[in-house]
Structures are given as structure tokens and as C-alpha cells.
Design a protein around this ligand. Structure first.
Ligand SMILES: [Mg+2]
Length: 173
């Protein structure tokens, strides 16, 4: 059971994930959660850090797709500022949103990685879909109530499953 909550990588800051590290691992497309992973909960217009990081991915010919549990309306509005394609209503931790993204964008499991700030949704959905994942620390500490509840459960689940937080992707030994 605990296996589905184990991320492939743990990285302190999402912006620390380098295009080179992704390339070295055969990644052509990054799937990413939206809230608190790419945009701060209280800054929906996106941070300068996002645009700098995204530019580096594009330079390396790595695509970014937002995979969010939020409604189409909400995600559409958010990604408009970011300029990236998206999949809404992903229903993470269920793998269907990720699987649908792979179908819609004609991608194979081994060329993608999912980045997210929540073990209970982002990491679990990745493992159930059979793709690699990166757990990042949330951009802001303030969160909506359901997210706060999820994090409390996540703490219990990961009590014996703590890993080291790295600056970039570091392969597990
Ligand atoms: Mg999130």
C-alpha cells in the first residue's frame, strides 16, 4: 500500500529541476500539478520564477502540460497567464487524468514525469498510472482546507517513508 505514495524523486524547489536532469532521464514532457506546484495559492498570475524555468525547458525542447484536479474554467484561467496546455478534472489520485493526457498528447509512459506537491494525489496518481514522479515542497504554506487535511494524512503515511530533499533530480540508490 505504501508503495503508491513513494515518489521517484524529491526536490526542494520546483525551479531546481533542471532541463538537463530531465533530458538525461529521457523526459520529453513534464506533467505538472498547478496549485502550489507551479503557482502559489495566493498568486494565481504566476511568478517570474515560473517563466524563467519554463523558458529553460522550452530551450531544451521539453514540453510542459498542467494536469490539475481543478475545473476546466479555473485551470483555463490560470494557464492563460502561463501559456501552457492543460488537462483539467484529472481526478488524482486516480490515474485516469494522467492516462488521458498520455493519450491526448500521444506520449509514452517512459518519456514523461509528473511533478506535484501532494503525495496523496500527485504521487499516488503517478504510481497508479505507472509513470515517474517528483514530489516538490509546496510554493506556499497557506492552503485550502481539503489540502490541509490531505497533508495531515500524508504526514501519517510517510512517517516511515521519509526521503531526503534534493536540489535537483538525484537517482535513488
Ligand atoms: Mg497542488
Amino acid at each position: 500500500m505504501r508503495g503508491i505514495y513513494k515518489p521517484t524523486y524529491r526536490v526542494k524547489r520546483v525551479w531546481g529541476i533542471s532541463a538537463q536532469a530531465l533530458k538525461d532521464r529521457g523526459i520529453t514532457t513534464v506533467l505538472a500539478d498547478l496549485d502550489n506546484t507551479l503557482v502559489a495559492w495566493n498568486r494565481p498570475e504566476g511568478d517570474k520564477d515560473f517563466f524563467v524555468w519554463h523558458e529553460k525547458l522550452l530551450d531544451a525542447k521539453i514540453n510542459l502540460i498542467v494536469v490539475s484536479n481543478n475545473s476546466t474554467k479555473r485551470v483555463k484561467r490560470a494557464v492563460k497567464a502561463l501559456g501552457v496546455p492543460f488537462e483539467s478534472w484529472a481526478f488524482k489520485p486516480f490515474p485516469r487524468g494522467i492516462k488521458k493526457t498520455l493519450r491526448d498528447f500521444d506520449l509514452s509512459k517512459d518519456e514523461v514525469i509528473m511533478i506535484g506537491d501532494q503525495i496523496m494525489t500527485d504521487v499516488a496518481a503517478s504510481n497508479l498510472a505507472g509513470i515517474r514522479s517528483v514530489l516538490v515542497r509546496p510554493l506556499t504554506v497557506t492552503d485550502s482546507l481539503p489540502t490541509r487535511i490531505n497533508r495531515t494524512f500524508a504526514k501519517l503515511i510517510t512517517k516511515n517513508n521519509k526521503g531526503k530533499w534534493e536540489d535537483d533530480l538525484v537517482d535513488p540508490k
